[in-house]
Design a protein. Structure first.
Length: 190
């Protein structure tokens, strides 16, 4: 039986510019295909600018602004990568607090490529094993994580992958883990 995210709302947190578009759109499609409701959360109203590496790509409408939304509204969080996107987010106090709320409550988070920079700022990697774009491995180790070079890693509801080539396994794993977390929450009456 395929995992279902019916009645689950998933936040996709991105900066106004710099998100690697495919790392936003493929997980978004996976959440939607599983019956979930994705919402684009950013640090500013209007639209965000997607990128294909360093080239501008499509624009996407923002559903909610992080300073105006409660993290409790969401069942799970996706942090797409791109170099500039997480670098911007980790300097935004409200974006970091939004991520930290998911961490503190043990709700699932999926982060790909450079997105673990934001997790480092939210103090979410200490004592955990994860993967990322290879250039982040020293940053992650310095923040107390164990870094591994694998397609996807799951550690305490934290799902990480290295790059766009890992998107098929990243998307299937995040859907499975988000569904598992939702089932656990229902079984304990949350």
């Amino acid at each position: 039986m395929a995992e279902r995210l019916t009645n689950q709302t998933v936040a996709f947190l991105v900066a106004p510019e710099g998100v690697e578009q495919v790392e936003l759109t493929k997980p978004w499609e996976a959440v939607r295909a599983a019956g979930g409701t994705p919402e684009l959360v950013s640090t500013a109203k209007g639209e965000i600018q997607g990128f294909h590496h360093l080239d501008k790509a499509d624009r996407f409408p923002v559903d909610r602004v992080v300073s105006e939304v409660d993290a409790h509204r969401y069942d799970a969080l996706v942090l797409p990568g791109g170099v500039a996107n997480p670098d911007f987010l980790r300097t935004d106090v409200q974006a970091v607090a939004f991520v930290r709320a998911f961490v503190e409550e043990g709700r699932p988070i999926a982060a790909i490529c450079h997105a673990p920079w934001t997790l480092i700022e939210a103090d979410a990697v200490r004592g955990r094993t994860l993967t990322s774009w290879p250039s982040l491995q020293t940053d992650l180790r310095n923040a107390g994580a164990t870094w591994v070079d694998e397609e996807v890693v799951v550690d305490q509801r934290l799902i990480t992958s290295r790059n766009p080539h890992d998107l098929p396994v990243f998307c299937s794993t995040l859907v499975a883990e988000f569904a598992k977390a939702a089932d656990s929450a229902q079984n304990v009456g949350i």
